[in-house]
Design a protein around this ligand. Structure first.
Ligand code: ATR
Length: 268
């Protein structure tokens, strides 16, 4: 029940109506009996939104597209990884000081770790956008050997140089890796018959992860399963990036299974 002591949180983005963060966090808050509520805010002016967090003394916010970079200039403190990645998806209001974190990389690593170790594995990341950047840093923190694989050579080479990793064009991908992670939107609804790499390059020793979670089973993951690969779907990364936010905000362990079930229901 919302009362005079309820701590209020938000998810900021544009568009935001389809965000699954409210159902996920509110299910978690309710499950542990935490007196908090999270609402979605469609935000155009991020500076004004951050002033709003301060003015209303909100507990924190989740940040999504297109504000993950721009919000950084308006916070009091940045976590080291958020600074390295150059993007913030989590803000915690700690007694009036706003600290920014990036939990996307943590979500990806925690999701992968359920299926495979990353240390000393060769990892190919498909894509060179913001998601690839966060996942790429995470792979390196975990001790994996990273290779960026992108459609546009210049963009891929730029990210690879920043991460001091190898680069290959997506057209030259030949399956030579232990772990393959798709961070491109290829295969996302409504283009569900698309896949970023040809099936012939998938092999049973490979772990294949897709950060797309709509649909949950992308064509890439369906083909990977058929080839005998281990697969990690995008829901795991989304839930684990949320679990970090939840734990930062509440100081309590996130009820991950409850949060996952809420997102699954929200997806259907
Ligand atoms: P985000 O920040 O969410 O990761 P982004 O910055 O738009 O998203 O990046 C999207 C990535 O997906 C890019 O690497 C893009 O490749 P290009 O650099 O060649 O544009 C990749 N991508 C998008 N559509 C693609 C497609 N149809 N085939 C291959 N790669 C695609």
């Amino acid at each position: 029940m919302i009362d005079g002591k309820t701590r209020v949180y938000g998810v900021l983005g544009d568009p935001i109506a389809h965000s699954l963060s409210p159902v996920m966090h509110n299910a978690g808050f309710a499950h542990i009996g935490y007196n908090g509520v999270l609402a979605a805010f469609c935000v155009q002016d991020i500076a004004k939104a951050v002033a709003g967090i301060r003015g209303l003394d909100l507990g924190g916010v989740s940040v999504t597209l297109p504000h993950k970079q721009a919000i950084m200039d308006h916070l009091d403190e940045l976590d080291t990884m958020a600074q390295k990645i150059g993007a913030v998806n989590t803000v915690h209001n700690w007694h009036g000081r706003l600290k920014g974190y990036n939990s996307d990389w943590l979500g990806a690593i925690r999701a992968l770790r359920e299926t495979t170790a990353v240390q000393d594995k060769t990892v190919t990341v498909l894509g060179a956008g913001g998601a690839a950047r966060a996942v790429g840093f995470g792979i390196q923190v975990e001790g994996g050997t990273l290779r960026i694989c992108n459609r546009t050579r210049s963009t891929g080479q730029k990210l690879a140089a920043e991460l001091e990793s190898d680069f290959i064009p997506i057209s030259e991908f030949d399956g030579d890796c232990d772990i393959l992670i798709n961070t491109t939107p290829v295969g996302m609804w409504p283009d569900i018959d698309q896949t970023p790499v040809e099936k012939r390059w998938l092999h049973p020793e490979m772990t294949v992860m897709d950060i797309v979670y709509n649909p949950l089973q992308t064509r890439l993951l369906a083909e990977a399963k058929a080839k005998g690969c281990s697969v990690v779907d995008g829901l795991a990364m989304f839930v684990y990036q949320g679990a970090f936010q939840f734990e930062r905000w509440t100081g309590q362990a996130a009820p991950v299974e409850i949060m996952r079930a809420a997102v699954l229901e929200g997806l259907n």
